[in-house]
Ligand binder design. Structure first.
Ligand code: ZN
Ligand code: ZN
Ligand code: ZN
Length: 128
């Protein structure tokens, strides 16, 4: 029996490294696990972390520029980081997005994310 359990635990697909994730405090509710804006009810669970107060994000990560790491744009969950307050840090070299100057905001409508960098505030160099 012990032999069987051992075998099944090493059945990882080859080449596909397990995705790196990290647990961070939920920015949307500030770790309280409760709906920060009382949209449904002040007692209802945060829709981002499901009431846990922590969320898993892809690692490495950086604070989301679009919502200033708050997880919220006005009273909505940030569309860029989905409310976690963190976005994956791109691998390889990056430039500050010339369109939004790194703010991640659409210049005409700050509540919307920048179209060029998708709200990340960074773009890959050499692309235009
Ligand atoms: Zn939360
Ligand atoms: Zn965000
Ligand atoms: Zn941008």
């Amino acid at each position: 029996m012990a032999e069987l359990a051992k075998q099944s635990s090493v059945k990882l697909p080859r080449g596909a490294a397990p995705e790196e994730t990290a647990e961070v405090r939920c920015s949307f509710c500030g770790g309280t696990g409760k709906d920060p804006f009382g949209v449904m009810s002040w007692l209802s669970n945060c829709c981002v972390c499901g009431g846990k107060g922590v969320v898993r994000v892809k690692a490495p990560y950086r604070p989301c520029p679009h919502c200033r790491n708050t997880g919220a744009v006005k009273t909505f969950t940030c569309t860029v980081c989905r409310g976690t307050g963190y976005v994956p840090r791109p691998a390889g070299p990056t430039l500050v997005c010339p369109e939004c100057r790194g703010t991640g905001d659409d210049r005409g409508a700050p509540a919307l994310s920048c179209l060029k960098c998708h709200g990340l505030g960074l773009v890959a160099p050499g692309k235009s």
